[in-house]
Design a protein around this ligand. Structure first.
Ligand code: HEM
Length: 158
C-alpha cells in the first residue's frame, strides 16, 4: 500500500469490513453506545477527558452526547477500510484527519486510550455479529483502526 505503513490491506479485508458494517449499521447507535460503555468499564478514568461527562449530573448510560463520538469511531474506521483499498487515507480526508489530530491532542488522548478503544471496538463487533466473527474479521477491523489511528497520531503535534 502507499500508506507508508508497509502493510497491505487486502480486498478480502475490505469486503469483511463492508459486509459486517452493513449488518451492524442497522443498530449502529445501540452498538456504538455499548462500545463506549465498554471503554469506560475498562478505563473509568477516560471519562475525565470528555467535557460533557465531567460536568454532567446525568448518569453515564443516559448521556445523550456519548453516542455521536462512539458512532464516529465506528464509521470513520469503516470508511478508512474502504479508503485503504484505494491507496491510502484519501487526500479528501486530510482536513478531517488534521482536525482529529488537533482535537485529540487538545483533550490529551494518549496511546493507551487508543489501545483500550481498539480492544473495546473489537469486542463490540464480536458481540454485534457473532455469526460473522472470525480471526480474519478481527484482523480486518484491527488493521483499519490501526491505520486510522496512526494517521490521527501523525497529526497530534503540538
Ligand atoms: C472528539 C473521532 C478516538 C476522545 C472526537 C470527534 C471525532 C472523534 C470525530 C469530534 C471532534 C472533531 O471532529 O474533531 C475519533 C476517532 C477515534 C477517536 C475516529 C479513533 C479512531 C478517541 C479516543 C478517545 C477519544 C481513544 C479517548 C478515550 C475524544 C474526546 C473528544 C473527541 C475527549 C472531544 C469531546 C467530543 O467532542 O466528544 N473524536 N476519536 N477519541 N474524542 Fe475521539
Amino acid at each position: 500500500g502507499s500508506c507508508g505503513e508497509g502493510k497491505v490491506f487486502t480486498e478480502e479485508q475490505e469486503a469483511l469490513v463492508i459486509k459486517s458494517w452493513s449488518v451492524m449499521k442497522k443498530n449502529a447507535a445501540d452498538l456504538a453506545f455499548k462500545f463506549f460503555l465498554k471503554i469506560f468499564e475498562i478505563a473509568p478514568s477516560a471519562q475525565k477527558m470528555f467535557p460533557f461527562l465531567r460536568d454532567s449530573k446525568v448518569p453515564l448510560e443516559q448521556n445523550p452526547k456519548l453516542k455521536p463520538h462512539a458512532l464516529n469511531v465506528f464509521t470513520l474506521t469503516c470508511e478508512t477500510a474502504v479508503q485503504l483499498r484505494k491507496g491510502g487515507i484519501a487526500a479528501a480526508k486530510e482536513t478531517t484527519i488534521k482536525r482529529l489530530g488537533a482535537t485529540h491532542l487538545k483533550y490529551d488522548v494518549l496511546d493507551e486510550h487508543f489501545e483500550v478503544t481498539k480492544f473495546a471496538l473489537l469486542e463490540t463487533i464480536k458481540e454485534g455479529i457473532p455469526e460473522m466473527w472470525s480471526v480474519e474479521m478481527k484482523g480486518a477491523w484491527a488493521e483499519a483502526y490501526d491505520q486510522l489511528v496512526s494517521a490521527i497520531k501523525a497529526e497530534m503535534k503540538p
